[in-house]
Design a protein around this ligand. Structure first.
Ligand code: TRP
Length: 453
């Protein structure tokens, strides 16, 4: 594409399906299939879900719109968008923060994607152990705490990410997402049906969908908010960067809603796959980041032709992770190209090398570096916790205050309504949330979690 639709030097997404597929491609990834189940499991299941849904719609959707408005309206990376919309203000500092955080996320995300690669290769070669609870736990523990393979896979994943990025933004992603996301979806539905036939399926579903409101604690609220931001790729300017490639005809409100709904649907499917299996096979829902790597092999074990399913699943998940890491990388690459005038190639190399360095530290923090603790957390857990639960919500809060209060109302309106060409039913809701609900909600959750209220 790119050759047909351009604005200045910047390529635009060719079709409507291209826009949805790429934003959903960014949103859907390990956040839904790896992070969501372990966060829901560690934070009381149903109580977490209820908070998560609430945050997706009252904070997530409006903040996606804010990021879209900034990106398409300025056709810039996140830093440039703040600068263009407020040349005299200091808002661009938030852009910087987003760019830095994107590299941190890319680092630990690549470690998990590396685990997926290991499981993919093990599935393809037939060496994967599809067994019950304790054997899966031992197998994963042995692998993840070793030094060599997790690092090699982290670096290999980043190398793959690099190769796709170097070929330019739109071509690769757009083509891949169009085929891949629907396939992954179908596979997830099949696994769901399988999980629903397990003997303790109803226990799993009750855990996930029956909210016990007494379990809502400051920690549950903070985790649910962090997960909503992480899963929607919000708070760092990822959606800003992607929206800078949207065509003028793209309806921002509708795209935001579609992205949020599809992303949430995939997380729910992942939950329906994992929790019936957790209870039926005797796992603990509170296992943390290793949860799905222990539970999924048991799910495949229960399916006829297990390795075929696991190969296909880990392959699609690798690709889904790539569409997410491409979007994360694009934040800093677009910044370096547009603000520092680096060539795309050099910018991509810088992004990859930094992520390789931190990614290696994260990978080793399960093994040789497991004693290195900062604020009581390992390097991996610190990166995960600090980015999702702190940096993303702060970035989102700043974006919502910025678009809600600082940016000219007419600009917001014209972006949401195609310059008045159509009505946006979401507009009043979005403006209200950006001004009041989102900043206040995020602030309350923060203050609550540090014990101030
Ligand atoms: N949302 C993605 C997932 O669920 C991860 C992701 C992609 C992300 N880009 C991001 C998270 C930007 C935060 C910020 O897997």
């Amino acid at each position: 594409m790119g050759n047909k639709k351009t604005v200045g030097q910047r390529a635009l997404f060719a079709t409507k399906i291209g826009v949805i597929a790429t934003t959903v491609g960014s949103a859907v990834g390990l956040g839904n299939i790896w992070r969501f189940p372990y966060e829901a499991g560690s934070n009381g299941g149903g109580a977490f879900m209820a908070c998560y849904f609430m945050f997706i719609f009252i904070i997530g959707v409006p903040v996606i719109c804010a990021e879209f408005i900034m990106g398409r309206g300025t056709r810039s990376n996140i830093f440039g968008a703040y600068r263009k919309l407020s040349p005299k203000g200091k808002w661009y500092v938030a852009g910087f923060m987003g760019i830095l955080a994107s590299v941190l996320i890319l680092s630990f995300y690549s470690v998990v994607a590396g685990w997926i690669l290991e499981y993919l290769i093990q599935s393809l070669t037939g060496s994967i152990k599809l067994a019950d609870a304790s054997a899966n736990h031992v197998a994963f523990d042995e692998f993840s705490t070793s030094s060599f393979r997790p690092v090699i896979w982290t670096l290999s994943f980043l190398a793959l990410n690099f190769l796709i990025l170097i070929n330019g933004v739109a071509k690769g992603i757009e083509r891949m997402s169009n085929i891949l996301m629907p396939m992954l979806f179908v596979l997830l539905v099949i696994f769901c049906i399988n999980s629903l036939t397990l003997d303790k399926a109803s226990e799993g579903l009750t855990f996930l969908f029956h909210p016990d409101f007494s379990k809502i604690s400051p920690q549950v609220l903070l985790s649910a908010m962090g997960q909503a931001f992480f899963s929607l790729s919000l708070g760092l300017g990822c959606m800003t960067t992607y929206a800078s490639y949207f065509g003028e005809g793209t309806k921002l409100g509708r795209t935001a809603m579609t992205t949020a709904i599809l992303d949430t649907l995939v997380a729910i499917l992942a939950g329906i796959i994992i929790f019936p299996a957790v209870f039926s096979f005797g796992f603990s829902p509170q296992a943390g980041p290793t949860l799905v790597f222990e539970v999924l092999p048991a799910v495949f074990n229960n399916l006829p032709g297990g390795v075929v399913w696991s190969s296909l699943f880990f392959l699609l998940l690798t690709l889904a992770s790539l569409t997410s890491t491409i979007s994360m990388s694009e934040i800093s690459i677009a910044f370096m190209v547009e603000e520092w005038k680096l060539s795309r190639k050099v910018a991509t190399i810088v992004n990859t090398l930094v992520a390789m360095f931190f990614g290696t530290l994260c990978a080793l923090s399960f093994g040789v570096l497991s004693d290195v603790k900062i604020f009581g957390l390992t390097i991996f857990n610190l990166f995960d916790y600090a980015s999702s639960n702190v940096l993303l919500p702060i970035g989102g809060m700043i974006a919502s205050i910025f678009v809600g209060w600082v940016v000219d109302k007419r600009f917001v309106k014209s972006q949401m309504t195609g310059n008045g060409a159509y009505k946006s039913v979401l507009l009043p809701f979005v403006v209200f949330c950006l001004r009041y609900t989102a900043p206040a909600g995020i602030a309350l959750v923060f203050l609550n979690s540090i014990g101030l209220i």
